[in-house]
Ligand binder design. Structure first.
Ligand code: ARG
Length: 268
């Protein structure tokens, strides 16, 4: 009798654990839940031109906004954007505070342990930005140098792993200012965004005051949208829609709208 009791107790405990893992671990909404809610609530850090940034009217615009708008149209829901710093986007998604993360997010193995990603729709890279006349002309020159990055990004991870002296800032613009003020020797940022920010900054500057973006691509950054575990069927549906949008040229047209060339990512 005693044996039976302890066996029952043990079985109960296993059940409780399984339940805790399967239900509480999954914070993401299913496809049906999103459709029922009628909206996709998306966390974004709009300091990432041309992917998501603010126009003069403080409205969030960009390539990813257009892609997700079209995806939401197909799902029959509205796109609701919530603005925050990049380092709050991924924790907010995994905690189930938002349905999706949209921030030029790079898919990495370590992030995949904590969340789901759609298929990548584009592959970017990290690039180095320096001041005109800098002796740094490539990655090899960064050894022992001070670099600025945005907090919580793959740039921060990469630069820390490579042993550079890293200063991290919540806002990309502050990472840029650190370079301008001479507090760091270089600023590491995703290439297309670096190009856009440098272009804007250089517009009315004398050559000697300009920022320079180096052409060397330091990493591969496959961009995708992030979801919490539990959203598997939603992600599968979005992948289907996104694939069709890549194949029929919709995504390329969106890139062109923002003055960018588009290349379909090589499937791995
Ligand atoms: N691709 C990089 C990453 O995933 C940087 C993303 C920064 N995004 C932003 N909206 N500020 O870590």
């Amino acid at each position: 009798m005693k044996k039976l009791l302890s066996f029952t107790l043990a079985a109960l405990m296993v059940l409780v654990c399984v339940f805790a893992f399967t239900s509480c671990g999954k914070k993401g909404k299913t496809l049906a839940e999103v459709k029922k809610a009628g909206e996709l609530v998306v966390a974004t850090s709009p300091d990432f031109e041309p992917f998501e940034y603010l126009d003069e009217g403080e409205k969030v615009i960009g390539i990813e906004v257009e892609i997700l708008k079209k995806i939401c149209e197909k799902l029959g829901v509205t796109l609701t954007l919530k603005q925050m710093d990049f380092d709050s986007v991924l924790p907010g998604v995994t905690a189930g505070k938002f349905d999706c993360g949209m921030s030029g997010i790079t898919v990495t193995e370590s992030r995949q342990k904590n969340m789901l990603f759609t298929d990548p729709y584009f592959v970017a890279a990290q690039a180095i930005v320096v001041k005109a006349g800098s002796a740094i002309t490539g990655k090899a020159d960064l050894d022992g140098k001070k670099v600025s990055v945005q907090t919580g990004t793959t740039a921060e991870e990469y630069c820390s792993e490579n042993g550079y002296a890293v200063s991290a800032f919540a806002a990309n613009s502050d990472a840029q200012t650190a370079l301008l003020n001479g507090n760091v020797d270089a600023w590491v940022i995703d290439n297309l965004v670096g190009i856009a920010m440098v272009e804007t900054y250089n517009r009315d500057k004398a050559d000697s005051e300009k920022l320079v973006i180096l052409s060397e691509k330091m990493t591969e950054e496959p961009y995708a949208f992030a979801f919490a575990f539990g959203s598997e069927d939603l992600v599968a549906e979005i992948n289907k829609i996104q694939k069709a949008m890549i194949e029929d040229g919709t995504v390329a047209a969106i890139f062109a709208q923002f003055g960018e060339d588009y290349a379909v990512p090589a499937s791995k």
